[in-house]
Design a protein around this ligand. Structure first.
Ligand code: CP3
Length: 344
């Protein structure tokens, strides 16, 4: 695999002395250059749909830190918007959407095949990035997993326990499943277009997978991820897929085999030694460092970083955080993490 990009080598199953590194939300408000470009764009959604500026913020952390991968700058909630939901962001609070709780709400959504008119600027961002990234940097495309996207579409906002989505799942299973199927279909087409535009890897974010228990996890987290992965690999043979069933706990075990993903992203609630023995046995793993270290720094950051590198040393591993970096993080702590991984 000599000559191939470091991140692609890890995804192909190669163990490396120094793992490739990137960071969830690496383009974000902790960086002054991001805040400046976002101000230039006006607001967050205008930034997402401005291909030149979205490419610019994607490149900023690559220039500053030399990460091994760049993740397309966009948001998982653009898919609901492209399906016809209203979407806006309240500064300091988060996303708001029109809610879907009845058949009449669902009937207002457009077909999956209509999403591209809205999402074309995102594919253009991918094309710009595949021209402008350094040759050693891998371009990651992404989408939200159907369950996580549905939790926002049903509640109209982020919720601590995903209560409204669980309620609909129990009270009107047919409507809930129709919504999940529509999101699944749109997600396959959306990721497929990202790959055609130049994304070399795609990641499926199931941030709220952990609130699905037992059989519901199999049906609504695992199965949609399996369907999306299978469809993408059929259309684009060899495309690597990263799955992130956040807070899946014991259900991380066997997730890669059951869904066909090439890599499982781990949150920071799992013990790395346990994950090496039970999850990494099936292939590449990513993640695990607590994001709070990017705020607090110091020897604890160094020790935890070393502990994770050490635990995953005997198999394919991509160094990353267990969740996104937060706006209060210190850019200097990110450099300390990178120096620790690369310099030992
Ligand atoms: O990782 C990256 O750098 C790529 C870009 C990216 C964003 N969102 C940009 C963003 C990615 C991969 C996402 C994924 C995303 N978006 C998820 C899944 C991952 C996770 O965090 O669990 C979810 C649940 C969303 C939905 C979303 N977008 C929320 C809940 C919020 C508000 C919370 C917050 O952090 O402000 C957003 C906004 C958002 N998405 C920002 C960024 C950089 C901050 C917006 C700003 O600049 O004001």
């Amino acid at each position: 695999m000599a000559g191939q990009k470091k991140l692609l080598r890890a995804l192909a199953g190669e163990k490396q002395d120094v793992p490739p590194i990137w960071m969830m939300r690496q383009a974000g408000r902790y960086l002054p250059e991001y805040r400046a470009t976002r101000a230039e764009a006006g607001d967050f959604l205008s930034l997402c749909y401005n291909s030149d500026l979205a490419a610019e913020v994607t490149l900023q952390p690559i220039r500053r830190y030399g990460f091994d991968a760049a993740i397309l700058f966009a948001d998982i909630l653009l898919v609901p918007q492209a399906l016809g939901a209203d979407l806006w962001f309240v500064t300091g609070e988060g996303p708001r959407l029109s809610t879907i709780t009845t058949e009449a709400d669902f009937a207002k959504l457009g077909p999956a095949s209509d999403i591209h008119e809205t999402l074309n600027p995102i594919y253009e961002t991918v094309r710009i990035l595949s021209r402008e990234l350094p040759p050693e940097t891998t371009l990651i495309g992404f989408a939200g997993a159907p369950w996580t996207v549905a939790t926002y579409m049903i509640a109209g906002r982020g919720t601590p326990d995903q209560g409204p989505a669980h309620a609909l799942r129990e009270e009107n299973t047919a409507l809930f499943e129709a919504l999940l199927a529509r999101i699944t279909e749109a997600t396959i087409d959306y990721l497929s277009k990202q790959i055609e535009a130049g994304a070399e890897v795609v990641k499926i974010f199931d941030s709220w997978a952990g609130s699905l228990k037992g059989e519901a996890f199999q049906k609504y987290a695992l199965e949609p991820c399996r369907q999306i992965t299978a469809a993408l690999k059929e259309r684009h043979p060899g495309i690597p897929v990263i799955g992130f069933p956040r807070e899946a706990g014991e259900k991380y075990v066997g997730f890669a085999k059951a869904t066909g993903v090439d890599c499982v992203a781990l949150d920071n609630s799992v013990d790395p030694a346990w994950a090496a023995a039970n999850v990494q046995v099936d292939g590449c793993v990513q993640g695990n460092l607590a994001s709070r270290h990017m705020v607090t720094g110091g020897q604890e950051l160094v020790d935890d970083t070393r502990r994770i590198v050490e635990a995953f040393r005997n198999g394919p591993h991509i160094f990353n955080l267990g969740h996104g970096i937060t706006p209060d993080a210190d850019p200097g702590n990110v450099q300390l993490m990178i120096d620790t991984v690369r310099g030992g």
